[in-house]
Design a protein around this ligand. Structure first.
Ligand SMILES: NC(=O)c1ccc[n+]([C@@H]2O[C@H](COP(=O)([O-])OP(=O)(O)OC[C@H]3O[C@@H](n4cnc5c(N)ncnc54)[C@H](OP(=O)(O)O)[C@@H]3O)[C@@H](O)[C@H]2O)c1
Length: 340
């Protein structure tokens, strides 16, 4: 099968496009002919590698994908050849009895711990495919899962955003942030968002943000955000940018405010004033992936017209490197979709 893959970790030019043997179908698995895949920042991190990451090489990335089932293992009953499906890439993120995620010790994610969707075919467990709604495009079906699952947990179960909350979305042009903005808006929150560039400001406003700050044009985006909050600070902040924004985001929390992070796009280190955390009784909450119900809820919101998968652009498998380069420069607004 044709695939975009790497044989060693590193920057963009480790990505090759060529033929690899198709992945083997194990018990409980289904084989999907990939119609569309979508990039996530995770695909860049896995390609770069990090200390302790053990990925058998060559590796095919691509956490998000959708396609047509072309083969099912003999023990699979829930999925049939010909089914049009999208994939929940979080393979070991389940809900506990309280409805919250049971935090797994090790993650198992399509495109990270097994080959992903940047190929003509992908093999995943039948338990993690969902029927694609008939009127949902392949592009949307690929763009929705990881970002929406992650954002659902951040907004609903970690920040517990409710009607009237003041919410700040940092870097609102990113895949997860776009979903978080829409989910918080649908919960009735008042939204302030930051994004980089005048074009993106218009797009973030169109998604329903009440105030949008261009962090590239502003001399002090955090001061602007503080003023926009009526000098009260925010009840909830969704910020996965890391070093570039984290300490300012903590300062922007109002009394009892919650900052939820799932990422460190610009680096993992940040200086935080501990005194602010206890005096103002702040919560700094980490979040990773979500639970299977989150994707079902995201699909319901999409069907109700409350959640859009914003597609920046669509690329061929041969153009994966160019698409990754665009994501590395944060030039995209929304998802970069790959059509193998
Ligand atoms: N733990 C998990 O389960 C999980 C799941 C998904 C993602 N993540 C992590 O979350 C992060 C976002 O993922 P993603 O796939 O949504 O990435 P993405 O689509 O590449 O979005 C990243 C966004 O970060 C913003 N950004 C970059 N530099 C910035 C700066 N200096 N100030 C403010 N904003 C800045 C940009 O926003 P603008 O476009 O608005 O400028 C950019 O679009 C990544 O670190 C990823 O690894 C974690």
């Amino acid at each position: 099968m044709k695939a975009a893959y790497f044989e060693a970790h590193g920057p963009l030019d480790v990505i090759q496009v060529g033929d690899l043997p198709a992945p083997v179908l194990g018990p409980g698995d289904v084989r999907i002919q990939v119609k569309a895949a979508a990039l996530n920042h995770l695909d860049l991190f896995v390609r770069d590698g990090w200390p302790g990451l053990k990925v058998p090489l060559p590796h095919v990335g691509g956490t998000d994908l959708a396609g047509v089932v072309v083969e099912v293992a003999p023990d699979v009953r829930s999925v049939r050849v010909g089914d049009e499906v999208l994939v929940n890439p979080g393979l070991n993120f389940e809900a506990g009895p309280d409805g919250h995620q049971r935090i797994p010790a090790d993650v198992s994610i399509v495109g990270e711990t097994r080959w992903g969707g940047l190929a003509e075919q992908c093999v995943v467990p039948a338990t993690h495919v969902l029927p694609k709604p008939h009127d949902m495009s392949w592009e949307t079906a690929a763009a929705l899962p990881l970002a929406s699952i992650t954002a659902m947990q951040m907004v609903k179960r970690k920040a517990r955003v409710k009607r009237g909350d003041r919410v700040l979305i940092v870097g609102a042009g990113g895949g997860v942030a776009i979903m978080a903005l829409q989910i918080a808006k649908a919960s009735g929150a008042w939204i302030c968002a930051t994004t980089g560039g005048a074009d993106k400001v218009l797009k973030v406003k169109a998604l329903g943000a009440d105030v949008v700050i261009d962090y590239k044009a502003s001399s002090d985006w955090s001061k602007e955000a503080f003023l926009a909050s009526g000098k009260k600070g925010f009840d909830a902040i969704i910020d996965s940018t890391g070093t570039a924004t984290f300490s300012k985001s903590v300062r922007l929390l109002g009394l009892g405010g919650k900052l939820v992070t799932c990422g460190a796009t610009t680096g993992g280190l940040s200086e935080v004033d501990v005194k602010a955390i206890f005096w103002r009784q702040l919560s700094i909450l980490g979040s990773t992936m979500g639970i299977p119900q989150d994707l079902k809820d995201a699909i319901k919101m999409w069907e109700a017209g409350q959640l859009r998968a914003v597609i920046d652009s669509t690329w061929s498998l041969d153009q994966v490197r160019d698409a990754m380069a665009k994501m590395e420069r944060s030039e995209q607004f929304g998802k970069l979709v790959i059509k193998p």
